[in-house]
Design a protein. Structure first.
Length: 112
C-alpha cells in the first residue's frame, strides 16, 4: 500500500494505492490518526487506486470517523472502485462516511 497526500487548503486528500487489509491497515491508521492529531479535520480519501478493503480497513475508517467527530471534522471518500464501494454498502458504512463520485464534489462538501 502506498499513501500520497495533497493538501488543498482546509481539505486533505489522501490517495491509497493497493489494498487496505490486516497487513496494511496499521500503517494507514497510524498515518490517519497522526494527521488528525496534528489538527487536520477535513479528510477525503481518494479511492481511485484502492483495490480492496477488509474489515481491518473498515475498522480504521470507523476509528478515524470517531476521532474526527470529536473535533467536528469530516472523513469522506471519493472515486471509489465498485468492489470497494460494495464492501462499504454491505457493511453499512454508507451512513458513516460520505461517498462522492469525484474529487471536486468531495472537496465542495468537505469545505462546508
Amino acid at each position: 500500500m502506498e499513501i500520497i497526500d495533497e493538501n488543498k487548503g482546509a481539505v486533505l486528500f489522501v490517495s491509497i494505492t493497493g489494498d487496505l487489509n490486516a497487513h496494511t491497515s496499521p500503517d494507514f491508521e497510524k498515518y490517519l490518526l497522526g494527521v488528525i492529531e496534528s489538527g487536520q479535520t477535513r479528510i477525503v480519501v481518494d479511492g481511485t487506486n484502492l483495490k480492496y478493503i477488509s474489515s481491518a480497513g473498515l475498522r480504521v475508517v470507523l476509528a478515524a470517523c470517531k476521532m474526527l467527530g470529536l473535533k467536528k471534522g469530516k472523513l469522506s471518500f471519493c472515486c471509489m472502485q465498485d468492489q470497494v464501494r460494495d464492501v462499504f454498502e454491505v457493511a453499512g458504512f454508507g451512513g458513516v462516511v460520505s461517498i462522492f463520485p469525484s474529487r471536486e464534489t468531495a472537496e465542495k462538501f468537505s469545505r462546508k
